[in-house]
Design a protein around this ligand. Structure first.
Ligand code: UGA
Length: 443
């Protein structure tokens, strides 16, 4: 099948590469000529395991094209994916100007019937807006062409996106049109071999399904963080509680890890956007707002633990802190809404210095914060510890799981660890003389 994808960001590029990988012919369109030129040279703008080889191979084999020519893109596929960004407005609602612009572009150039597919995460009702934009533009051109708008949200995790696309849990298709349904089933048939993963529903339910999934996951995390804070005051260990409740299959072990808050480009944005959507239809989203508030508070926990350790915030001035993990989660260089940022900014405001290491996100950190005297980005995990007063862990990279604690003690000026991801055994470290602070694990 011939498929066009507007937007070569994270979602668009993964979608395009994976559809080409199973044999479809794909044209990716982007307004950024530099990005298209780099993609044509095989240079991938994002860090995503497994993506580069499939982009390169499918490009070389002529199944994956990159262009800035929107008219050619519209002419290419019967299927036209919209996978452009929906950045949050100042008020937290999704900004749909790029989605609407692509819809208008498709309608401006189309000469044959098209199925237009929203892949971006968009507020409920956006599909109907896209339909209106296309209908108006076609009417202005005086042409009468059939089209349908379908919602097909993505459920990719950064760091595992290629695998998530190739082996989906579910493929949500929001349409009430039998032809669109048949075409979408054919498109996804290669990903659907063992059992049928396509779930067809109406457009608005599909749009809401995307937000519902992320909001549910964010709720699980905030719930666990709330309980962790409670466990700490009650002298209980949240890690024991986690195992105790996870064993109930109705609760499950997934996504109940307490930590220093969720980050990334999805959960924070989507929880806020869903809250906005709720307010826009006169519903007060009490639970969603609490999920968001708990998360905001949780990102301050590592800093609060340091303040508690030293007794007062002024005591942090002039100290140097080793920081392991900058990215919002392992296997990505993404720093968006990362808990490490809340920590670093609080430490700097308190007059402390940061000596940080991350396996992937150091360039990104440099890009965001530039060169500053109170930030040293060092090349190894162990170098970050040299002469530092304490270690804080914000991201659970594999390489942090089994460090040499004896060496760490020699490098740090004092044996203090704030473990924002509960990587270590508190009993062992305390027995070895460490001041160990985990999330929800008592003093
Ligand atoms: C998330 C969803 O998991 C994907 O299904 C969804 O498609 C994607 O958003 C999206 O909307 O595009 P992602 O943001 O890449 O994916 O990252 P996750 O792996 O879900 O992690 C999100 C955050 O939750 C991280 O900061 C992580 O540290 C935190 N987390 C996760 C916890 O604190 N505890 C947990 O138990 C799990």
């Amino acid at each position: 099948m011939k498929v066009t994808i507007f937007g070569t960001g994270y979602v668009g590029l993964v979608t395009g590469a994976c559809l080409a990988e199973v044999g479809h012919e794909v044209t990716c369109v982007d307004v950024d000529p530099g990005k298209i030129a780099r993609l044509n040279d095989g240079i991938i703008p994002i860090y995503e395991p497994g993506l580069e080889p499939i982009v390169r191979e499918n490009h070389e084999q002529g199944r994956l094209h990159f262009t800035t020519d929107a008219a050619a893109g519209v002419a290419f596929g019967e299927l036209q994916f919209i996978a452009v960004g929906t950045p949050p407005d100042e008020d937290g609602s999704a900004d749909l100007q790029y989605v609407r612009a692509v819809a208008a572009t498709i309608a401006e150039h189309m000469e044959a019937p098209k199925i237009i597919i929203d892949k971006s995460t968009v507020p409920v009702g956006t599909g109907d807006q896209v339909r209106e934009v296309v209908a108006e533009t076609l009417a202005r051109r005086g042409v009468d062409l059939a089209f349908d708008v379908v919602s097909n949200p993505e459920f990719l995790k950064e760091g595992a996106a290629v695998n998530d696309f190739m082996k989906p849990d579910r493929i949500i298709v929001g349409t009430s049109d039998p032809h669109s349904e048949a075409v979408m089933r054919e498109l996804y048939a290669p990903f659907n071999r063992n059992h049928d993963r396509v779930i067809v529903m109406d457009l608005r339910s599909a749009e809401l399904t995307k937000y519902a999934a992320n909001a549910m996951l964010a709720t699980k995390i905030s719930f666990m963080n709330e309980l962790a804070n409670l466990a700490e005051r009650l002298g209980a260990d949240i890690e024991q509680v986690r195992l105790g409740i996870g064993s109930d299959p109705r609760i499950g072990y997934h996504f109940i890890y307490p930590g220093c808050g969720y980050g990334g480009s999805c959960f924070p944005k989507d929880v806020q956007a869903l809250s906005r959507i709720a307010h826009s239809v006169d519903h007060e989203p009490l639970l969603l707002d609490a999920v968001e508030a708990v998360n905001r508070r949780q990102k301050h926990r590592p800093f609060e633990m340091l303040v508690a350790h030293y007794g007062r915030v002024e005591a942090l001035a002039g100290k140097t802190f080793a920081l392991w993990g900058l990215a919002f989660k392992p296997n990505t260089d993404d720093m968006r809404e990362a808990p490490s940022r809340t920590l670093m900014e609080s430490l700097w405001a308190a007059g402390a210095k940061v000596q940080a290491f991350d396996p992937e996100a150091m360039e990104e950190t440099q890009r965001i914060y530039g060169h500053r005297d109170d930030l040293a980005l060092v090349g190894t995990r162990d170098a970050a510890l040299k002469g530092a007063d304490a270690l804080v862990i914000c991201t659970e990279w594999k390489a942090f799981r089994a460090p040499d604690f004896a060496l760490m003690r020699e490098s740090l000026t004092a044996p203090v660890i704030v473990d924002g991801r509960n990587l270590y055994d508190p009993d062992r470290l305390k027995a070895e003389g460490w001041h160990y602070y985990g999330i929800g694990r008592g003093e």
